[in-house]
Design a protein around this ligand. Structure first.
Ligand code: NZQ
Ligand code: ZN
Length: 382
C-alpha cells in the first residue's frame, strides 16, 4: 500500500529536559497549563514546569480526569477564548494530552464542539500544543489521535487530525517514579496491544513494519517479565520509549490495521468505567480466538518471532494462550468477571448499545466484525 509518513513532534527524551521547554515555545506565548487530578503536584513535575515557564503568561487548568470528559474540557476551551491563549502545555498521561488536543481543536471551531469526535467537523486549525508525559502508554504524546468521553450520553469517541500532533513532547522517565503499579501495568499492556492492533492482521510481506513491531513486542514482554525492576531507570526509559514508538504512526505505515479491540474496549470503559488497558486485556484474547482463521498466519508468525514457540499445528492457538498468560502474569483482568462485571443484565445493556452504534457495524482489518460477532466475543469473555 502507498503511504505518506510525517511525524512532526520533536521528542525531548531524558531526565531534566523539562527545564528546556521554553526553548521550544514561541517567545511571548500565552500558555494554558493543563493537568489532571494533581499527581504532578506530588512528584515535583509541577514545580519543574512552573520554574521553566518563568516569564510566560500562564493560566492553569486542572482536573482533566482519566478518560477525559467533554463537559470538563469545554471549560478549558472557554479559558483559551477568554484569555486569548495561544499555546497549550499538557502535563500528565494520555487523558490530559488527549483532552488538550480536543481543547486545541475546539478553540478554532464555533459550532457544537462534540462535532469533532463524532466526525462532523473536519479540523483545519488548532491551537499549538506540547506535552510533558508522566505515564507511558497511549503514544498520544507524538500522534494526532485523541479519545474523549461525553458523560451525558455515555459515548467514548476517538478522533484524529494532523493539526493536533504536539509540537514537542518531553519524555522524562523520572516522572514515572510515582506511578502506581496498576498504571504502570496498564501502560505496558496498552502499548503491547497497540502494536498488536497494527501487526496481528494478515501478512503483506512488509518486512520492516513486521520486524519493528516484533522488536517492540519482545521488548514489552521482557519488561513485563522484569516487572520487579520497574524502579530502575533503564526499565522506565525502555517502557517510555517502547510505548511511544508503538503508536507514533510508524509501524502502521502501509499495512492493514485492526483496532477492533480498542473500539469494543472504549464501549466497556464508557459503560462500566473499566480502565482503558484492562478493557483491552479482557477483549483481545477473546477476539483473537474468534477471528483465529483470519489471523492465523500472523499469529503463527508472532508465536515464533516473539514468543519463540515451536512450529506446531496449533501454533496460533498457543500464541493466543501466551498473550493471555502474559496479561495474567501482570495481574491484568482477562475476563469481564475479573473486573467484577458478572450481571447478565449489564452485559446485555452493553451489547444493545453496541448494536446501535453505526461505527461498529463492520470493524477489524477485514470489516468482518459485526455487532453479532462482537456479541460472541463479549459473551466468550464473560
Ligand atoms: O490525573 P492525575 O492526578 O495526573 O493522575 C493520573 C490518572 O489518575 C495518574 N498519573 C499519571 N501520571 C502519573 C500518575 N500518577 C502518579 N504518577 C504519575 N507520574 O494515572 C491515572 C491515569 O492517567 P491517564 O492519563 O488516564 O492514563 P493513560 O495515559 O493510560 O490514558 C488513558 C486515556 O488515553 C486514551 C484512553 O482511551 C484513555 O482515555 N487513549 C489514547 C490514545 C491516543 N491518543 O492515541 C490511544 C489509546 O489507545 C487510548 O485509547
Ligand atoms: Zn490503547
Amino acid at each position: 500500500m502507498n503511504f505518506t509518513y510525517q511525524n512532526p513532534t520533536k521528542l525531548l527524551f531524558g531526565e531534566g529536559r523539562i527545564s528546556e521547554i521554553t526553548k521550544h515555545i514561541p517567545a511571548g506565548s500565552r500558555v494554558l497549563l493543563a493537568y489532571g487530578g494533581g499527581s504532578i503536584k506530588k512528584n515535583g513535575v509541577y514545580d519543574q514546569v512552573i520554574a521553566a515557564l518563568d516569564g510566560f503568561f500562564t493560566i492553569e487548568f486542572s482536573g482533566i480526569e482519566p478518560n477525559p470528559r467533554f463537559e470538563t474540557l469545554e471549560k478549558g476551551v472557554a479559558l483559551i477564548k477568554e484569555n486569548q491563549l495561544d499555546f497549550i502545555l499538557a502535563v500528565g498521561g494520555g487523558s490530559v494530552v488527549d483532552g488538550c488536543k480536543f481543547i486545541a481543536a475546539a478553540a478554532y471551531y464555533d459550532g457544537d464542539h462534540w462535532d469533532i469526535p463524532r466526525g462532523k467537523h473536519r479540523i483545519s486549525q488548532a491551537t499549538p500544543l506540547a506535552a510533558i508525559l508522566t505515564l507511558p502508554a497511549t503514544g498520544s504524546e507524538s500522534n494526532g489521535n485523541a479519545v474523549v468521553t461525553r458523560k451525558a450520553t455515555g459515548e467514548k469517541l476517538a478522533f484524529g487530525s494532523p493539526h493536533v500532533y504536539p509540537v514537542f513532547s518531553v519524555l522524562d522517565p523520572s516522572t514515572m517514579k510515582t506511578l502506581p503499579e496498576r498504571q504502570l501495568k496498564n501502560g505496558l499492556v496498552d502499548a503491547f496491544i497497540h502494536v498488536c492492533e497494527q501487526y496481528l492482521t494478515f501478512p503483506t510481506g512488509a518486512l520492516v513494519q513486521d520486524g519493528f513491531a516484533e522488536a517492540l513486542l519482545r521488548t514489552l514482554i521482557k519488561l513485563g517479565k522484569e516487572f520487579d525492576q520497574h524502579d530502575q531507570d533503564q526499565w522506565r526509559a525502555n517502557l517510555m520509549y517502547a510505548a511511544n514508538q508503538g503508536l507514533n504512526g510508524l509501524i502502521s505505515c502501509g499495512v492493514p490495521n485492526d483496532w477492533a479491540t480498542h473500539q469494543i474496549g472504549h464501549e466497556l470503559t464508557a459503560r462500566f468505567g473499566i480502565d482503558h488497558a484492562q478493557t483491552l486485556s479482557i477483549i483481545q484474547p477473546s477476539l483473537l480466538r474468534n477471528q483465529i482463521e483470519l489471523k492465523r498466519a500472523k499469529l503463527e508468525q508472532m508465536g515464533s518471532a516473539v514468543f519463540g514457540l515451536p512450529a506446531t499445528d496449533d501454533l496460533a492457538e498457543k500464541t493466543v494462550d501466551a498473550i493471555e498468560g502474559f496479561y495474567q502474569s501482570l495481574s491484568m483482568p482477562v475476563r469481564l468477571s475479573d473486573a467484577n462485571i458478572t450481571d447478565q443484565g449489564d452485559i446485555d445493556a452493553l451489547l444493545n448499545i453496541i448494536a446501535g452504534r453505526n461505527f461498529l457495524k463492520a470493524i477489524g482489518e477485514n470489516g468482518k466484525i459485526t455487532p453479532e460477532v462482537i456479541r460472541e466475543i463479549v459473551i466468550a469473555a464473560r
